[in-house]
Design a protein around this ligand. Structure first.
Ligand code: ARG
Length: 565
């Protein structure tokens, strides 16, 4: 693809470094005024002229050619018109030659990114509060892979803590092996809730739980095997959901994995004089950084969430030698990450700067948030199932003859749920509404999937295969709707990189929506299927390039595209 900014920069005769010049050139918001613009305000001081006069002077000096067909001065801006026909054929040629590799890159080659995401808690149901970390983390995983990075997906399981002592007590008092096996996490969850209800007036339960927890830590056989059973039940449950959501992990090393890996980092912090005692506990004082102390060892000798995260970061650095380690975790944990990142920085570890907390907002259903302890949770599985069955209803109504309706409904329902967590800037709190996320005409995954399937059916109806190689009439592409669509298609590879560097898959979602809308405008304005075959073939290439880009973009969000719907 031609680099128009560079081409334009070479034509501007201004007292500025080329790189700086390039950085000021922008795409115009209104294509009536050209395709690219260079604002002359920055030059007023050095050139001692008004921006209006500068623009006029520079415009007069520009020589047009087959790439830049017109340059004009407008109110202090230098506006450029590119050779639009050529631009359009270039973009489409590029997309069609790359196909499913469009948007891939090699920038990440030789670099490793660890992504800690989803990180569910053992014995707890997979509820809607875990949707965002799962969807965002999994999308970042796919995006970084596409850019050539070596990516390590880590599910930092919450499999350590006093609550497992409570679970054992609850299971031994009221649990039943068969029931737990049959009903899985739901039953574990019920036992956990019951423990909290009973604990209120039976304080001895708390003490028993504490003792069982100590037994887990000491590796007592019975405690260990019960704990392993709970873990297996939870993992069976979540893995089924991960499969439906297209989510993968390379490591399941959770908190308990670091049981025997905390001493070395703690000693290192001690040697560096960072650890002080406070009421029997060991802490790192962070007063100078306006933060409460980072608590690392309790008075009874037990470790904390932060201790495990410090051990995990050190272990990951040794094991993977990451260039970046991302933690996709809700903003409620901002302080925790700021604290332990700071501790590692104070320890003088140069890679502390490569730890990134990718924070996101809360998801709630229309009827409000949830609490695991009281048991009123909204299960992710229920949300997915409902989305899938509602999709099936829509599909049956819209296209009763469709084959594989169930499979398509699964792709649409799952896509809608994932997209709801990926459509807005990740830090925003969102309220999940079935009608909104499943609206085939809204800014949703089903809308994107539907647009894509529409492209497929246009191509199928044309009866033309491999039309890309058939001579076609590019004059049929010389119109504003095709130009606008092609500008968006061209933006795709840069957007993928931007999404990676800003940890923001929503940049891709947003572009895909724009592409689908631009495609629909193109389709309304220009008849694709017609008797004029060379015109038809030209327009079919636009349809195909749109489908390729939408499909690729959706795959980076973890969303499948049914061929028909
Ligand atoms: N299990 C935790 C939770 O559900 C998230 C863990 C995130 N990862 C980490 N390394 N702290 O809140």
């Amino acid at each position: 693809m031609k680099d128009y900014k560079q081409i334009i920069a070479n034509k501007i005769n201004a007292p500025l470094e080329k790189a700086e010049l390039v950085s000021y050139i922008t795409e115009t918001a209104d294509d009536n005024f050209g395709d690219y613009a260079f604002p002359c305000f920055k030059l007023a001081k050095t050139m001692r002229m008004s921006p209006v006069a500068i623009a006029e002077k520079l415009a007069a000096e520009i020589t047009c050619d087959e790439d830049i067909v017109k340059a004009e001065a407008v109110n202090g801006y230098l506006n450029f018109f590119i050779n639009r026909k050529e631009f359009i054929t270039d973009v489409i040629g590029e997309v069609l030659s790359q196909e499913e590799n469009y948007g891939n890159d090699t920038v990440g080659q030789g670099k490793t990114v660890c992504i800690d995401y989803s990180s569910v808690n053992i014995c707890k149901s997979f509820h809607i509060g875990h949707l965002s970390t799962t969807a965002i983390g999994s999308s970042l995983y796919k995006i970084y892979k596409a850019l050539g990075y070596n990516v390590v997906g880590i599910n930092h399981l919450g499999d350590y803590g006093t609550q497992f002592g409570k679970m054992i007590v609850a299971y031994k008092l009221w649990g039943d092996y068969d029931k737990v096996q049959r009903e899985g996490v739901a039953e574990l969850q019920r036992l956990y809730v019951k423990f909290h209800q009973e604990e209120a007036d039976k304080p001895e339960l708390t003490e028993q739980a504490r003792q069982w927890f100590v037994k887990i830590e000491q590796g007592d056989e019975e405690a260990k095997s019960l704990f392993e059973m709970f873990k297996e039940i939870t993992l069976n449950d979540v893995k089924e959901i991960y499969k439906r959501l297209n989510v993968n992990f390379d490591s399941w090393n959770g908190e308990s994995f670091y049981n025997d890996k905390m001493d070395a980092p703690l000693n290192m912090l001690r040697e560096k004089g960072l650890i002080t005692e406070s009421q029997g506990a060991q802490i790192v004082d962070l007063k100078d950084y306006d933060m409460p102390p980072c608590l690392l060892v309790k008075a009874d000798g037990s470790s904390l969430y932060a201790t495990r995260d410090i051990a995990a970061a050190v272990w990951r650095k040794n094991e993977y030698n990451f260039d970046k380690c991302l933690y996709v975790v809700a903003y409620q944990q901002n302080l925790h990450f700021k604290q332990f990142f700071k501790v590692l920085e104070l320890a003088g570890l140069p890679w502390a700067k490569d730890l990134v907390h990718v924070a996101y907002g809360m998801v709630s259903l229309e009827d409000g948030a949830m609490s695991t302890r009281k048991g009123n949770v909204v299960l992710l599985r229920d949300v997915i199932n409902k989305a899938v069955s509602k999709s099936l209803e829509t599909i049956i109504a819209k296209n009763p003859d469709l084959e594989d309706k169930e499979k398509v409904a699964e792709q649409v329902g799952v896509g809608a749920v994932l997209f709801s967590a990926l459509e807005n800037s990740k830090i925003k709190d969102i309220t999940f509404t079935f009608d909104r996320v499943l609206n085939f005409d809204g800014e949703t995954a089903p809308y994107l999937q539907y647009t894509c399937s529409r492209c497929n059916s246009i191509i199928e109806k044309s009866g033309m295969s491999r039309f890309t190689r058939i001579a076609h009439d590019i004059r049929a592409l010389d119109n504003i709707e095709t130009l606008r669509l092609c500008k968006l298609l061209k933006a795709f590879p840069e957007t993928v990189k931007d999404a990676a560097y800003k940890y923001e898959p929503s940049l891709i979602s947003g572009l895909l929506i724009d592409i689908a809308q631009a495609f629909n405008r193109f389709y309304i304005a220009h008849r694709v299927l017609s008797d004029n075959l060379s015109e038809q073939n030209a327009r079919l290439t636009v349809v195909e390039a749109t489908a390729v880009t939408l499909r690729k973009g959706l795959s980076l969000l973890g969303i499948e595209t049914p061929y028909k719907m």
